[in-house]
Design a protein around this ligand. Structure first.
Ligand code: NAP
Length: 511
């Protein structure tokens, strides 16, 4: 059945919010059930994360052979990845190809931000309003907002006074910014900051990096792919497809199964060296599980990584600041890097350790720390996202009896398996908090898994003429207790990061 995508008031079986990785697959999957489906996205193009994050150096950290869809053999056969780790432009091209290849665009409304979603109990349906004046009625709503889609601008004093240019990495202008010859400050040294810093250091006049927490990072090995490499990768697709559903976090390799301390120390070291030299995240997610649970193993593996970092930085004082000491390797999201640590050997790059000299305010000329003012032309905010929750609380979602998700989540974030929320019937969420592997996963694997579950669930409801599905309060409570019991066993839960929602400040703006 075709869907009119231009009318202001329209009715659908399902409205999907978001046309990124998840939204496109969800649209393809639900349309195959013969349902009337519309996907809506605030962006002017498809691709989600890979549309918005066009900052210098943006690139995936999961290899292209597992950062892709598995639903179509034709797609797997015809799409030619050019590198092990695809850059932003290549990833964005892939999503545009998928949208064209499967004729998804006719059911996608771009440049349209959903502002509210209100459940109508009598009609058992949702009404969504958009910034374009649409009123979209839908029996089911699927949010495909991505875990990292609400960029956070910390509440720096004097923010508005800056006379130069200030930009958040996730709102980088698509036409780019000419940084040549400029004095640039980057705040934040997470996966994004690392990519920006290593990319722009050679071209800017001066780079000041404002670091609050030092991060571990693994050197990326990123060979180009020609026909021979692609043929070899394609030949392994049946095994890869099988593996990603069964490994620890949706990568294609399982880690060491022997207990860490049962392995002789020289052999442990040799295994770590082998994993390290792979130039991938294997040392994190396909190495030793003990890094997530066992303090002694974490200490030893962390020290191995610290040694690798230290030797790359010429000035021992700078090295001491760049080597993480306050958390174990892998307890925060580990980024891959390309010359990140060497950037600090350049004469035009300074590291400002905010633990020693905190930012006091933004000034018209730059950034004032407790050690003095640093003059800048451009400030890059690589300050991360309101992870997991920000996409959903950015919409005024009203469930049963007018309850507000935004208000409820200010008190306590709750979901049932990250897929539904008590009090919000027929609302399905993806990449939401408390999913079994919402954040701690090769995102494409877990998101495809969630889409498949939602598709099967909606199919079941439609076939069995059940109008409404909603988790019971007790089910949700049991799930949360189970989740917390498992999470509490890990070192990840004891570490501040976006995984645990720790931001280090209250009150922020979404860019
Ligand atoms: P992030 O990991 O949350 O890092 C934000 C950075 O900003 C941190 O260094 C943080 O310091 C700093 N920061 C925040 N508020 C600050 C303040 N008020 N003052 C000073 N510093 C402040 O965000 P991200 O780097 O954008 O990465 C988020 C996630 O996106 C990644 O973990 C990854 O999952 C994904 N990502 C993936 C790729 C890839 O695949 N290659 C690339 C980029 C991002 P603290 O650490 O002290 O909080």
């Amino acid at each position: 059945m075709s869907v009119a995508t231009s009318s202001r008031k329209a009715s659908f079986d399902v409205v999907i919010i978001g046309a990124g990785f998840t939204g496109l697959y969800q649209l393809w999957s639900l349309r195959r059930l013969g349902l009337r489906v519309l996907a809506v996205d605030a962006a002017s193009g498809v691709g989600g994360t890979w549309y918005w994050n066009c900052y210098p150096g943006a690139r995936t950290d999961s290899p292209s052979n597992i950062y892709q869809y598995w639903f179509s053999d034709e797609l797997l056969d015809e799409w030619n990845w050019t590198q092990r780790y695809a850059g932003q432009a290549e990833s964005e091209r892939y999503f545009n190809h998928v949208a064209d290849r499967f004729e998804l665009r006719k059911d996608i409304r771009l440049n349209t931000r959903v502002e509210s979603a209100v459940w109508n109990e009598d009609a058992s349906q949702w009404t969504l309003t958009t910034d374009q004046g649409d009123a979209l009625e839908a029996r089911f709503v699927v949010t495909a907002l991505g875990p990292l889609s609400a960029p956070v601008v910390p509440p720096f004093v004097g923010h508005e006074s800056f006379a130069g240019r200030m930009v958040h990495t996730a709102r980088w202008p698509r036409e780019g910014i000419d940084l040549k010859g400029k004095r640039v400050g980057v705040i934040g040294t997470g996966a994004t900051g690392i990519q920006v810093i290593q990319s722009i250091a050679p071209e800017v006049a001066h780079l000041s990096v404002f670091q609050r927490t030092a991060n571990y990072a693994v050197p990326m090995s990123n060979p180009s792919y020609g026909d021979a490499e692609r043929a070899a990768i394609r030949a392994k697709y049946p095994q890869t497809r099988e593996a990603i559903w069964t490994t620890f976090v949706g990568f294609d390799e399982q880690g060491e199964t022997r207990p860490y301390f049962s392995i002789p120390v020289e052999e442990r070291r040799a295994i770590l060296e082998r994993l390290w030299s792979d130039g991938s995240l294997r040392i994190w997610v396909a190495g030793f599980m003990e890094i997530f649970f066992d303090q002694a193993a974490s200490d030893e593996i962390s020290e191995f990584v610290r040694e690798k970092i230290r030797v790359r930085i010429r000035d021992p004082k700078v090295a001491a600041k760049l080597v993480p000491q306050d958390h174990g390797f892998g307890t925060r999201r580990v980024p891959l890097e390309n010359g990140y640590f060497e950037a600090y050997n350049r004469p035009n790059v300074d590291l400002i350790d905010l633990r020693e000299t905190p930012i006091e305010r933004i000034t018209p000329k730059g950034i004032l720390t407790s050690a003095g003012e640093i003059e800048l032309d451009v400030i890059v905010l690589a300050t991360g996202f309101d992870a997991g929750t920000g996409g959903l609380t950015g919409i005024d979602i009203r469930g049963r009896d007018g309850r507000s998700l935004r208000q409820e989540w200010k008190r306590e974030v709750r979901t049932t398996m990250g897929l539904q929320i008590h009090g919000y019937p027929n609302l399905f969420t993806t990449s939401a908090p408390y999913a079994p592997a919402a954040a701690f996963c090769n995102a494409p694997t877990c998101l495809q898994h969630q889409v498949q579950w939602i598709t099967d669930c909606i199919d079941h409801l439609v076939k069995n003429q059940r109008r409404v599905i909603e988790p019971a309060a007790e089910t949700e409570q049991k799930w949360l207790a189970h989740h917390d019991e498992l999470a509490a066993m890990t070192l990840v839960a004891k570490t501040k990061s976006w995984y645990t929602g720790a931001r280090g400040y209250e009150g922020f703006e979404v860019a």
